[in-house]
Design a protein around this ligand. Structure first.
Ligand code: ATP
Ligand code: MG
Length: 569
């Protein structure tokens, strides 16, 4: 008994505030049909970013947890900025994260007729009016946070005239900006969003879905709550910046013609240092050609991190670790990378790839002989498969794994020193060959045939182990090494212009990395670890059959784990 009670308490206290609200609503019969209905409502004016992942995980996650459903609603009320390309990418991204809206795919534009009828009713009831104030006047009449607004001279226009003007607006008889339809609420409300908010504006734009049917378009604060109501949304979850809009939301959902009144709840948006999290700014990076597109692996978009090799599992884990709260904060970039490494460590196939090749020739190894060593694909997995790695007389090792004059404490290869070649043999460096510029081009070594597999009969110890690739059997690949796109934690924090903080070295391209032939089996979507060099994936967009390209997802170094250790966590 006691134990069960404790379990229950533990479960309750570990709920986030939205889960507590939902459980309370369910327990008290406040949810129609006891079915939780949430929605994810992106505006299709750009690709989704990591911030959206939080909203997706929350909305779809809550629906899953409570056996309800989550709608996908494309909030397409800004025809000029919206595009089918964005709609397709949004769907792909949500599916990639592992969520599905099933049959519940909606478009705010599908409600244009209904919204129009609600607007007409409001006019007929004297609750909305057509205003001809200029944009500047409108601003002046609105008042400020500390001063009330003033009624527009058009506020008392007759119902008949309002109906006539609204109809003319709809028929395209008036230019953009000449008239708007406003709700008649209260110009002296302490909440500015209730000072006769705009309901409709004139826009001569072709809509991706409704074409030229409409030249008046409903505003967000009118469209969103009514769309929620039409769909029977029970819990409308959005970010904190909409808190001030909640009274407008409540106003719209309490209009007489709206049967169902959903509730809006706000949570803190996800911010991560070093990253820009705004579609508008990300679009700017694309337009300026600073990145190659929305799916550039340096972009914090879902399509960018997918191409970079982040796994959906790691991102869901990340979101669950940061939790849901009502207080804005900034999450550390290294926590996200920590989650990526944790997941990839469990699933990535290990390969030997040399990014900066230096030729090693084993003078006492027979010419024209290739032998094979067996490597476990993933030592972290108990039932891992294995693959064969070819070894021969000529190999590549990393240039940094050899020093002509070793620095103090250097344990890798240098003249006279013996090291282990991973999986293979012990070798000792004897002499070097330099080119006319003094660059080392060959290191001549001898190997100990008795050290096959990495141990010797006399159990001789060596301090260094290097990875290597056969010079004759290996393949040349291109490796793209990414770093953060911005150098500072808060891009633009000092100058106000995030472009001032761009990292000029955010992409380093290595065109002639050498890889063991097993790499030819790598497919798009495979997670790989290049031993010592990081996690990588195939770039399935630009790879060619004769030149595979690999994106570095993340390095192996883990600053978050180090930080936790330092803090004694
Ligand atoms: P942006 O500012 O990047 O354009 P947005 O809020 O305008 O984002 P929408 O398409 O309106 O983008 O967003 C869809 C949903 O995702 C909204 O409910 C919004 O609150 C949520 N969302 C957007 N950014 C974040 C974020 N950084 N963290 C959590 N949720 C977010
Ligand atoms: Mg928006």
């Amino acid at each position: 008994m006691e134990e069960k009670h404790e379990e229950e308490i533990k479960e309750k206290t570990s709920l986030n505030f939205l889960e507590r609200i939902i459980e309370d609503d369910l327990a008290n019969g406040r949810v129609p049909d006891n079915t939780i209905v949430t929605r994810f409502p992106p505006e299709p004016n750009g690709y989704l970013h990591i911030g959206h992942i939080k909203s997706i995980c929350l909305n779809f996650g809550l629906a899953q947890k409570y056996g309800g459903r989550c709608h996908l609603r494309l909030d397409d009320t800004n025809p000029e900025k919206e595009d089918m390309e964005y709609i397709d990418s949004i769907k792909e991204d949500i599916h990639w994260l592992g969520f599905d809206w099933g049959a519940y795919e909606y478009y705010a534009s599908d409600y244009y007729q209904q919204l129009y009828e609600v607007a007409l009713s409001l006019i007929k009831e004297g609750k909305a009016y057509v205003d001809s104030l200029s944009a500047e006047d409108m601003k002046m009449y609105r008042g400020t946070l500390t001063e009330p607004g003033k009624n527009s001279p058009d506020r008392d226009r007759s119902i008949e005239e309002n109906l006539r003007l609204f109809d003319e607006m709809k028929q395209g008889k008036h230019p953009e900006g000449s008239y708007i339809l406003r709700a008649k609420i209260d110009m002296s409300s302490p909440n500015i969003n209730l000072r006769d908010p705009a309901l409709y504006r004139i826009k001569f734009a072709t809509h991706p879905r409704t074409g030229d049917t409409w030249c008046i378009y409903p505003m967000y604060d009118f469209t969103h709550p009514i769309s929620d109501a039409i769909e029977g949304i029970t819990h409308s979850i959005c970010t904190l910046e909409f808190e001030d809009h909640r009274p407008a939301y409540d106003w719209a959902t309490s209009i007489d013609h709206i049967d169902h009144a959903p509730h809006q709840y706000e949570f803190a948006r996800l911010n991560i240092n070093y990253l820009l999290m705004s579609k508008r700014r990300l679009l700017n990076l694309v337009k300026l050609g600073i990145v190659t597109g929305w799916d550039d692996p340096r972009m914090p978009t879902i399509s960018g991190i997918r191409r970079r090799g982040y796994s959906p599992e790691s991102m869901r884990d990340f979101i669950s670790r940061i939790g849901v709260a009502k207080v804005e904060g900034v999450v550390d970039y290294s926590l996200m990378e920590f989650c990526v490494r944790e997941d990839l460590n469990k699933r990535a196939e290990r390969l030997m790839v040399v990014l900066d090749p230096l030729k090693v020739i084993i003078d006492n190894y027979p010419e024209d002989t290739i032998e094979y060593f067996e490597a476990v694909n993933n030592p972290e997995s108990a039932d891992s498969e294995t693959h064969q790695i070819p070894f021969g007389r000529e190999l590549y090792i990393e240039r940094e794994d050899f020093m002509e004059e070793p620095a103090k404490g250097y344990h890798r290869l240098y003249p006279g020193n013996e090291i282990r070649l991973k999986y293979a043999y012990y070798i000792t460096a004897n002499s070097i060959v330099k080119d006319e510029n003094g660059t080392i081009v060959e290191v001549h070594c001898t190997y100990d045939p008795l050290s096959r597999g990495g141990t010797t009969p006399d159990e001789r110890k060596v301090k260094g182990t290097s990875h290597w690739v056969s010079a004759t059997e290996g393949v040349t690949i291109e490796a793209r090494l990414y770093d953060k796109l911005f150098l500072t934690e808060y891009p633009g924090g000092a100058t106000g212009n995030y472009l001032d903080d761009l990292n000029p070295d955010s992409l380093v391209v290595v065109t002639d990395a050498k890889a063991e032939p097993e790499i030819l089996n790598a497919k798009a979507g495979d997670y790989l670890q290049f031993i010592r060099n990081g996690y990588f994936c195939v770039d399935n967009k630009e790879s060619k059959s004769d030149k595979l390209i690999f994106n570095r997802t993340v390095t192996l170094k883990d600053s978050w784990a180090k930080m936790k250790k330092k803090m004694g966590m």
